[in-house]
Design a protein around this ligand. Structure first.
Ligand SMILES: [Zn+2]
Length: 69
């Protein structure tokens, strides 16, 4: 399996640097390497904000996450 440069928070789907153990956005410690797709929001005015439950502020997010084996 190809190593990804990021891990994802299972709770808010934020992409975090590899090695992160606690999500700085929501405080969750459920971090997974199993994620797919990337959404990048660069502005508070992005029309993507509010489109889904987890896109609330600028940042990098995974589209899908599932638990690491
Ligand atoms: Zn989070």
């Amino acid at each position: 399996m190809r190593r990804k440069p990021f891990v994802a928070c299972m709770n808010c789907k934020a992409l975090l640097p590899r090695g992160t153990e606690r999500c700085p956005y929501c405080g969750s410690t459920e971090i997974t390497e199993n994620w797919d797709g990337v959404v990048i929001i660069i502005s508070e005015e992005s029309e993507l904000i509010g489109k889904t439950e987890y896109l609330k502020k600028p940042g990098r997010y995974a589209v899908e996450v599932s638990a690491s084996e």
